[in-house]
Each structure stands twice: as structure tokens, then as C-alpha cells.
Ligand binder design. Sequence first.
Ligand code: TXA
Ligand code: MG
Length: 381
Amino acid sequence: MNIKTEKLFPDAYGIDKAIDLLNAGELVAIPTETVYGLAALALDANAAAGIFAAKERPAFDPLIVHVPRAWHSCAELIAANIFSPSKMGPNQQLVIDSLIRAFWPGPLTIVAPKSEKIPDVITSGLPTVGVRMPDHPVAQVLLQRLGQPLAAPSANRFGRISPTTADHVIDELDGRIAAVLDGGPCDVGVESTIVAVNQDGSLTVLRPGGVSIDALHQALAFELKTTSATAIAIQTNSNGSTPAQAPGMMESHYAPGKTMFLMPPGTSRHLARRDAATIQQLKDAVEKMSPGALKIGYLVPTGSQALHQKAVESALGIPVTVKSLSPKGDMIEAARNLFASLRSLDDDISLSCIIAEPCPDDTGLAFAINDRLKRAAARVP
Ligand code: TXA
Ligand code: MG
């Protein structure tokens, strides 16, 4: 596969060109509010198969289907041949409608029984389909003008760091796809939260993401007029992993090319206090993962880059490049910066390895940030 990848802008020419390419069965990377997606017509099995080839993605990992704003209810999705009514229970439809009202357009993917019109290649043969209404004007213009759904996984090679700018997409897929539409940096920065809506209306969180578990509880309590959020069972756990795994959610994912490992949360604070045990733990970890390192990268969720740098450099005695995801401690900003910061440490050839500290707790967007960090750092000393 070696074709010229054209960078398009969302002006009249760029949008027309993207639509022509998609209608011709080509692959076009598009901006969404979460990360860039690699789009193809969802109802065209050959075009969708091209996504798997370009990404080197295994066939068992299903694709998310993106829909236009107009399909803003379970009934519309049934009418558009996305979901199948015959396989859904009444509670299931009620809960889907509540989720749609609360979170669409936005970073929530809903998994429910699929219509037979959705090709099996999209769902990897599963009887369900994951559907999302992206909240990005460029994605929406394309979907509305096409009048049909787009399949779009994150626009990276399989297992790699997800792209949050058009240039990241070029880094990942240049020469493999027809075009990328540059809509600027993504606002949310982590992928959508994926929930399966079960027959009885209970939810299973398959991937933490841009919608927090708290927000899911609150919205369902409000929408369904229940006094207690626990009236709707949401299965998840709070240690950064989810009990039921979505297919393709591998232990190693979002991974930089460099060795990356996680230290306990708050490590740099202990280093600043010259805590001898923490200094030794860090030295041992670096020596084990990257013997003889001359310079390393260090990623922290919050706090001043300069202060972290001073603490880590004086502990290790070598230069360190620090990225703080949000110096002021705002988790929305931290999520937005996560993948670009990881990528820039990975691209810096002067750095031998990357060390990261997770967020100290798993509330709000920190749950998704910690999930991505754990998967990016598959090897822990
Ligand atoms: O924010 C997002 O969701 C981004 C943007 C581009 O929309 N897309 C995205 O797609 O993250 P991707 O392919 O990187 O991740 C999709 C994941 C799959 O790996 C799989 O785990 C889950 O969605 N998935 C899709 N369909 C499913 C299904 N029917 N049942 C269970 N999990 C499903
Ligand atoms: Mg992905």
C-alpha cells in the first residue's frame, strides 16, 4: 500500500473532496471531539475491510459506527437500520434513549443489537454494534451530507498512540490512506466511553473514556426519574480496569515505541522531599528498564514542570524532559494533552525511556487517563 495521502482542510474544496473519496470507497481520516477517526462508509464492506488493512488491525476488533445528528433516538437508529428492534427489550430501548438525550452528540459509544444491514466485518461477527454521534462540526457535516453512517476507529496503527491532530495521523498512516481532513486538535483527547446496554436495561462499561462513570450515574438517575442512581446497575470497577473487556481492548495498547513504565502516583512529590526509598525505587526501575540511560522522559498528570524536573533530575543525576498534562490540575485539560504529550516524549530521540505517574485517584476523567497510561506501559518493573 503506497498512495499519496492528501491533507485537506474543512473548506468547500476539502469537504467536497472528502465526500467524493468516501463515496468512492476510499479511507479518509476525520476529526472528532475525542481523537481522529479513520473513516469509511460503514455499509460498504469492502471499504470497511480497507480500514483493517491500513491500520494492521486484527479482524476480531470491531469498529464503531458514527451517525449524523438527525438520528437522535433509538427509533431513528432502528429506522436507519443501525439497531435491530426485534432483539431489544423495552428497558433496553428506554435506557438507550436516556443515554442519547444525556450524552449525544458526544463521547459515548452505545453497544446494542445490530441490524442485519450492518456488515459483519464492522462488528467482527458480533450480534451487537457500537454506535456514536460525534460532537465535531466537521464530522457532522460529512455525516449529514453523506446521509449514511461512517465506520471509524482511531486513526493510528494498531496498538499505537491515538492521534489528536492531523499531523499525528500523517505520522501514523501516511501513504496508507487517501486523505486526512484537518479540523484542528481534538477537544476531549481520550476516546469515547463504551457502554453495552443489556436486554434488561443494565449497563456494562466496556471502556472508560470521555464520559465519566459519575456522569453516567447522574444522567440515568435524572433521565429515568429514579431517586437513586443505583436503580440502574452499571457494572464497572474503580481500579482502572473494566470487568468485561471489549474485544480489542488489549492489555498493551496506546503504546509508545519506547519502553514506558509506571511509578506509583505522587512519586515526584516524594523525590522532592528526598525520600531515600523512592529515590532508590526510581533508580532501580530506570536501571532495569533502560540500563545506562543518559536522559529520560517523565510524564506527570499535574503540577509544575520545572519543579518535577528539579526533583527527578536530582534523584537520578541525569537530565530529564518532563511533561505535565495540566500544571493547574484540571483533568479535562490533562485528558486533552495526554496522547500528544506521550507522542512528543516518544518522538524525542534523546530520551532513552518514558516514566509516567498515574493520577492519584480514579474519579472523573482520571479513570480514562489512568486506563490509557496502564495500557501504554505494558511492562512494569
Ligand atoms: O472516541 C472514539 O470512540 C474513537 C473516535 C474515532 O470515535 N474511536 C475509537 O475506535 O476509539 P477504536 O476502534 O479505536 O475502538 C473501538 C473499540 C473496539 O476496540 C472495541 O473494543 C469496541 O470499540 N467495540 C466496538 N464495537 C463493539 C461491540 N459490538 N461490542 C463490544 N465492543 C465493541
Ligand atoms: Mg483505538
